[in-house]
Design a protein around this ligand. Structure first.
Ligand code: SF4
Ligand code: SF4
Length: 384
């Protein structure tokens, strides 16, 4: 065994319960002092995608952030909280999702990510990143991810959460740069980024996760778990097993296993606390069409892309014309002629940033002809 992942039950968001469960998860890994030392400045990096109330389960729950901030202080270190949400500042997003109250109560600073260009000589493919300056200034990073589905990457867990270290406007540029080479290339970038930033510890809030059309507008799903480990790939692999999603359907895990990033093989991961089988969520719902698209071989997908992918479209009756999607689109292919929001399908790269950001859930996926056909056939045979 070369790495350890702990799984601990936590049935609800009650302050002392959350603290106790996280403490137990860290004790199983040898205790927080294995990962941080007194006097160090420690960045707590929650998932702040967009500021929404905690019950929407879009962001890492404030009580998880609070528990870890308290523990870091008790270990003699100095926590700060930071992330770069899609549109808001970190402070504004924290205020909307309850983390702002925690920061004020504990007197912990919320830091914004000012962009700085950095070289990543050890990266397998990606040798340069623009990151939030503070990411490389702090002594350690503790990754506080949320267990959620993601319409582009199937799941967003520990590895994907580090994409938040890229300042907001630059995230879209990565979608533009990597889209022609497909999801695997984007996944390689995320893996190079994760191991460049290299959090000392990953803690995933799976107390109430999100299933369905994540990461912005899926359905809250009680799972009742805290999962922790030093290696993000191992943590993600264990969670994928828990929610019953094969590694081949999660591009980050597929590439990690194929190219040898981290520890993705279950036989090399020591699972402590609860067993995977004991906490399995057999009927966890993946994003629409995602599992089908993941099974289509790359060359076929490239050839028949228009028929085998799903195109974002605006549901007019739900859209409030707030224009948030316009600001999030890295291709600037969304327009707002009088009375309607329009997506230029020719220019769209299906990065789904618009879907992630829409506060009304007004953007849905319209499947291409063949995808619709396969989906229909599957329904006839009783598989969803
Ligand atoms: S973000 Fe959603 S609600 Fe706002 S304009 Fe775009 S589709 Fe409409
Ligand atoms: S319309 Fe949406 S999916 Fe298409 S490029 Fe813009 S943000 Fe990405």
């Amino acid at each position: 065994m070369s790495t350890t992942v702990s799984i601990v039950r936590c049935p609800e968001y009650r302050e002392e319960q959350v603290y106790k469960s996280i403490a137990e998860a860290l004790d199983l890994l040898g205790g927080l002092r294995q990962f941080i030392s007194p006097g160090e400045k420690v960045l707590l990096k929650p998932n702040l995608l967009i500021g929404r109330p905690p019950e929407k389960c879009v962001t890492t729950h404030p009580l998880v952030v609070k528990a870890v901030a308290r523990m870091v202080r008790e270990a003699g270190a100095f926590p700060v909280i930071g992330d770069s949400p899609q549109l808001d500042s970190a402070r504004k997003a924290c205020d909307k999702c309850g983390i702002g109250d925690v920061a004020r109560e504990l007197g912990v600073e919320i830091v914004e990510f000012e962009p700085v260009d950095l070289s990543n000589p050890d990266g397998r493919v990606f040798k340069n990143f623009t990151l939030g300056k503070v990411v490389k200034e702090v002594d350690k990073i503790i990754n506080l991810a949320k267990l959620k589905t993601h319409s582009l990457t199937t799941l967003t867990l520990a590895v994907k959460n580090m994409f938040g270290c890229v300042p907001a406007a630059r995230k879209g540029q990565w979608h533009v740069r990597t889209h022609t080479a497909g999801k695997e290339y984007f996944a390689r970038m995320l893996l190079d980024l994760y191991y460049f930033v290299k959090p000392t510890l990953n803690i995933v809030d799976g107390i109430i996760g999100m299933e369905g059309q994540g990461p912005g507008f899926g359905d809250p799903r009680p799972i009742g778990l805290v999962i922790a480990g030093a290696d993000g790939v191992a943590v993600d692999r264990v969670i994928a097993e828990i929610v019953n999603i094969p590694a081949e359907q999660v591009p980050i895990l597929m590439v990690a296993l194929r190219d040898g990033y981290g520890t993705g093989r279950l036989e090399e991961i020591a699972v402590l606390g609860e067993s995977i089988e004991g906490v399995k969520v057999a009927d966890f719902k993946t994003p629409q069409f995602q599992d089908m698209m993941a099974k289509i071989p790359g060359p076929i997908m490239r050839l028949l892309k228009a028929y085998l992918t799903a195109q974002p479209t605006v549901k007019k009756e739900q859209c409030v014309e707030c224009e948030m999607c316009l600001r999030a689109c890295p291709r600037e292919c969304i327009t707002h002629p009088a009375g309607a929001i329009r997506i230029n399908e020719e220019a769209c790269i299906q990065c789904l940033c618009c879907m992630e950001i829409c506060p009304q859930g007004a953007i849905e996926l319209r499947p291409g002809f063949l995808l619709k056909l396969f989906s229909g056939i599957r329904k006839v045979f009783g598989r969803n």
